[in-house]
Design a protein around this ligand. Structure first.
Ligand code: MLT
Length: 316
């Protein structure tokens, strides 16, 4: 069990309602932008750690905690930035906030679908550069196209639900674990991997980052898509082999991409995807609405407090 007033280290910005809740149960220390070495130093006196996507909780962090760290709270869904095997080895729980940012991520996916189809970001940059390029930025209509949701979990199914209202001719989804009943209820057809690639016009990616999905959008995958496909990624950068995406864009297989996430965040200055006009980038904003951040802060604070009180037993 943690001490009566546990120390809760928060290394990335967390909404105030969550901070307030945590403060009722422990001493909250906010320390943003720590280097890996600084994190290892600070962790030695922490009973709980709260992170978002930028903090890497490595084997070294768990070793440096010398068994004091009881819980890592990920203020979001994906726990791919936490070394789960080391957490287990050191008897540390890992909890996440699985629901509060679902709608925000789905809305960002839809925003990027619309932005891509009508060149919103590129045209905005052009007008601000003093140009008036109406013929250059002719878009494509969503009506008559197929939206293919890759990963039909919480976020993917919300994108699919919204996609049906946008006028897509059909919304299909690939997810080997998805419930057919849920898909049917949303008017979504579950298809095989090969069918998804062959039929989709807009691909919205919502897969978790796992050893199985790492680089799953690679040369082979792109070669099976219809020429002129559009890809939107608000999941994890690592599911796309970025060099393969550059080749697919160069070959015209992929007409455009909208990327909220990257293999390495922030992307390197010389990442070839960032400078392209056929790629729209946002800085991992999927979960970033005021409402979602408030909800996530409370959801993760409640989970961390429960873990500190010894009420939880399983990892995320
Ligand atoms: C998530 O996994 O839920 C997101 O990456 C959250 C975030 O932006 O931190």
């Amino acid at each position: 069990m943690a001490p009566e007033r546990p120390t809760i280290l928060v290394t990335e910005k967390l909404g105030e309602p969550g901070i307030e809740l945590l403060s009722q149960h422990g001493d909250v220390e906010k320390a943003y932008g720590l280097t890996p070495e600084e994190l290892c130093e600070r962790i030695a006196t922490a009973d709980a750690l709260i992170i978002r996507s930028a903090t890497q909780v490595t084997k070294e962090v768990f070793e440096a905690s010398k068994g004091r760290l009881k819980v890592v709270g990920r203020a979001g869904v994906g726990v791919d930035n936490v070394d789960l095997a080391s957490a287990t080895e050191h008897g540390c729980l890992v909890v996440n906030a699985p629901t509060a940012n679902t709608v925000a991520a789905a809305e960002h996916g839809i925003a990027l679908i619309c932005a891509l189809s009508r060149n919103v970001a590129q045209a905005d940059a052009s007008v601000k550069a003093g140009k008036w390029e109406r013929s250059k930025y002719v878009g494509v209509s969503i009506v008559g196209k197929t939206l293919c949701v890759m990963g039909f979990g919480k976020v993917g199914s919300e994108v699919a639900r919204r996609g049906t209202g946008l006028g897509f001719a059909s919304v299909i989804a690939y997810d080997p674990y998805a419930s057919a009943v849920k898909a049917q209820a949303l008017g979504v057809k579950l298809v095989s991997w090969e069918e998804a690639l062959a039929q989709g016009d807009f691909f919205s990616l919502h897969m978790p980052m796992t050893p199985q999905t790492k680089g799953i959008f690679n040369d082979d995958t792109f070669s099976k898509m219809k020429k002129g496909a559009r890809i939107i990624n608000v999941a994890r950068g690592g599911v796309i082999d970025e060099a393969a995406l550059v080749r697919a864009l160069d070959a015209g297989i992929v007409a455009q991409a909208a990327l909220d996430v990257f293999q390495k965040e922030p992307p390197a200055a010389d990442n070839p995807l960032v400078g392209r006009e056929d790629v729209v980038c946002t800085p991992h904003l999927g979960a970033s609405t005021a409402e979602a951040q408030e909800g996530v802060s409370v959801e993760i604070a409640e989970a961390v407090v429960s873990a500190l009180k010894g009420e939880l037993a399983a990892t995320a």
